[in-house]
Design a protein around this ligand. Structure first.
Ligand code: ATP
Ligand code: MG
Length: 365
């Protein structure tokens, strides 16, 4: 799962692969800072990837090639790609303090105790999840496991497109790298990445993710509810969602709000449930001095663009809810390019995080 670090000069290229779309971002050096060289999205027809599993590797390669071809000025063939959250298994372990090589060995040795696959069928990755003031007697280690079969088919498709996969990580790892300023959160932050086919949840604290999960509720689920209740086509439902979103004002908007409300109640219950689960299973307050629970939630993905969603989620959960800033770790871009709209980039948060990895290697590799 790990590959060597990248040659920085030609820029870095992140590719976020979902069931129904490919999103590519490349970053280039501008004097001594980093800027966005380009970003593109290409939709995937149904059936090429299903539930995070590649069904047609050759067709995927063709679409990957098409996507990278659209990025004007891209000079590198090296790509950092995302791996599907729904196929990944992430656990936070507490281990006695030891050196990084010892941790790697212990993780591999004990893998079968905490992942539901046999160790020879998965790729394992681990990093120390640190927080200042933590005890020196133990360490918290984030372990990610993905089935080799799943990963290998993505890698084959990248090669098939004439590109070289240099690093990969799960969607949530990449998304957090884009949205968490300086990759450090002094208090726990809950990230909700609402996409077209699923929603990923993750909790970030200190320098690391601590928890990830996903549900199949998505913007498509809302579209289906709308088209069935209002007897409109899926295309019209998608348009209505963009135009009216989730707000109580105005006749048509109010009707849409009413239709979507029961589905949104289920979504809010899922958010609450996952936050409760994270808090119950995290080591917070258990000897590490972090007593504070989740109070902040960041929304990203295309769903974060739904009008009124952030306000609604905040009212229902009682949390401080913000749309993510995909440029949080690209301050120069923010300063120099006033035309780039952060909202337009929200669906590209994962791809931006992947590209950033070329410049910001994981702290503990
Ligand atoms: N301006 C907008 N207003 C409302 N909804 C929007 C807007 N822009 C995008 N969306 C919604 O976001 C969805 C796409 O989200 P995103 O790009 O995050 O999905 P994805 O990453 O391809 O899917 P997944 O990660 O679930 O496989 C669209 O299907 C649409 O419903
Ligand atoms: Mg996505």
């Amino acid at each position: 799962m790990k590959f060597d670090l990248l040659n920085l000069n030609p820029g870095t290229f992140g590719l976020d692969i979902s069931d129904r779309s490919l999103k590519a971002v490349f970053l280039k050096k501008h004097k001594r800072s980093l800027r966005i060289g380009g970003f593109e999205e290409v939709f995937l027809p149904e059936g090429i990837i299903r539930g995070g599993e590649v069904q047609d590797m050759e067709k995927l390669a063709v679409f990957i090639k098409k996507t990278s071809g659209k990025l004007k000025g891209l000079e590198t063939r090296q790509v950092i790609l995302s791996l599907p959250e729904e196929k990944s298994f992430i656990r936070l372990l507490r281990m006695p303090a030891m050196s990084v090589p010892e941790i790697k060995a212990a993780v591999r040795f004990e893998a079968e105790n905490y992942i539901p696959f046999s160790a020879d069928k998965v790729y394992l990755d681990s990093q120390i999840a640190q927080f200042p003031g933590e005890s020196r007697d133990y360490m918290e280690v984030l372990v990610a496991a993905l089935p080799k079969k799943t990963v290998d088919s993505y890698v084959a498709a990248i090669y098939g497109a004439g590109l070289i996969p240099v690093a990969m990580e799960t969607e949530s790892q990449a998304t957090a790298r884009a949205l968490i300023k300086g990759s450090y959160a002094p208090k726990p932050v809950f990230i909700v990445d609402m996409g077209a086919t699923s929603t990923n949840f993750s909790a970030y604290l200190g320098n690391s993710l601590r928890f990830t999960s996903f549900i199949t509720f998505s913007t498509n689920s809302l579209g289906t509810v709308l088209s069935e209740a209002l007897k409109i086509s899926p295309e019209e439902a998608a348009k209505a969602q963009v135009l009216y979103g989730f707000q109580k004002k105005g006749g048509r908007a109010k009707r849409i709000f009413e239709v979507l409300s029961p589905a949104m109640a289920v979504f809010i219950a899922e958010i609450d449930k996952h936050i409760d689960y994270y808090q119950a299973h995290s080591f917070q307050g258990k000897g590490n001095g972090i007593k504070e629970g989740v109070r902040e939630l960041i929304l990203c993905g295309g769903g974060a663009r739904i009008k009124g969603l952030a306000t609604f989620v905040s009212q229902k959960t009682g949390l401080i809810v913000q749309k993510g800033n995909p440029l949080a770790n690209l301050p120069w871009e923010e300063k120099l390019n006033k035309k780039i709209l952060k909202d337009d980039l929200l669906p590209f948060s994962t791809a931006i995080g992947l590209a950033l990895r070329g410049y910001r290697p994981a702290l503990y590799d």
